[in-house]
Design a protein around this ligand. Structure first.
Ligand code: PMP
Length: 314
């Protein structure tokens, strides 16, 4: 259950958590017209820090641009500062941030270009998305009977609320059938991604992931993993992945802000490798968690420190 914090940022000012409400006839409610982000702030050895803040802000502005949200006025710098302020004002050490830009109340009808774009930033404490155990032991997943949003339907490069109707179908079906997560194939039948995470396959020492054109969200964790693999001299291949490569992979893992780096131990009840976390996944996890916790030096400049207010002395 969501644990409320004190304040939510709304169009440039802080409002109370309970006041962050919208009218039922806001454009977004009927037509799904929102773009958003999911960002983590980690408690690092040097204090709280938002991971890859600027890349997330950039993707949010990209999503708004794709959807012609011309009235979305905040700059990259303003939004980044607003995220830092929101964590800071709520006095959180580690949390998940959810910035949302939505077409609000005004006109009714599909064309929302005259409706205001309202921007909110909320944050709250959040643990492991697929459970603590998943990070070590891995998860059992299935190939979804639902196809991922196809090119020229909903743009996959935008992180838009409406995309998550497709994700919900994938996720709900997987959970109903006893799996932790579902992997969707793209329009041409090749591996795309999970309902809320990108996917990586390891075979013969190479790390393989679908290209950006395979109806995947350009994940910031995906980009992180690619950079870490490069740093570690692990060969990287961005290629079309046939479904059956998952069955014969040495290792498979998911990555995303919520799932971080989570091993996949079976696909369609076929064990991946020997059915538990593989050595390459573990190596990447160690590097990833080392970096986000500040234990490994932030050589890429990925952590943005959050100002901490010391409690006033009584
Ligand atoms: N794909 C989908 C569909 C997602 O919702 C997410 C989570 N934002 C990801 C991939 C991973 O993206 P990121 O690493 O930027 O969180």
């Amino acid at each position: 259950m969501l644990k409320p914090t004190e304040k939510i940022w709304h169009n440039g000012r802080m409002i109370n958590w309970d006041d962050a409400k919208i009218h039922v006839l806001s454009h977004v409610v009927s037509y799904g017209s929102s773009v958003f982000e999911g960002i983590r702030c980690y408690e690092t050895t040097g204090g709280p820090a938002i991971f890859r803040l600027h890349e997330h802000v950039r993707r949010m502005r990209d999503s708004a641009k794709i959807y012609r949200m011309d009235t979305f006025k905040f700059t990259q710098a303003e939004l980044a500062q607003a995220m830092l302020d929101t964590v800071s004002v709520n006095n959180l050490r580690s949390c998940y941030l959810r910035p949302i830009a939505l077409r609000g109340y005004g006109e009714m009808g599909v064309n929302g270009s005259k409706n205001p774009v309202d921007v909110y930033i909320a944050c709250w404490e959040w643990g492991k998305y697929l459970g603590e155990e998943a990070i070590n032991s891995g998860v059992d997943v299935c190939i979804s009977s639902w196809t991922r949003i196809a090119p020229n339907t909903l743009p996959a490069l935008a992180k838009a609320g409406a995309n998550y109707m497709n994700s919900q179908l994938i996720k709900m079906e997987a959970v109903a059938n006893g799996y932790a997560e579902g992997i969707a194939l793209d329009d041409s039948g090749h591996v795309s991604e999970g309902s809320g995470e990108n996917i990586f396959v390891i075979r013969d020492g190479k790390i393989i992931t679908p290209p950006i054109g395979a109806s995947v969200l350009p994940g910031i964790t995906r980009d992180t993993i690619l950079a870490l693999a490069r740093d570690m001299d692990i060969p990287i291949v961005e290629q079309i992945i046939p479904r059956e490569l998952l069955y014969i992979a040495d290792e498979v893992f998911f990555c995303g802000t919520a799932v971080e780096v989570t091993p996949v131990r079976s696909v369609d009840r076929i064990p991946v490798g020997n059915g538990s976390r593989g050595p390459m996944t573990e190596k990447i996890q160690t590097e990833f968690f080392g970096l986000v916790s500040g234990k490994i030096a932030d050589r890429h400049g990925w952590l943005s420190p959050v100002p901490v207010h010391e409690p006033a002395h009584a």
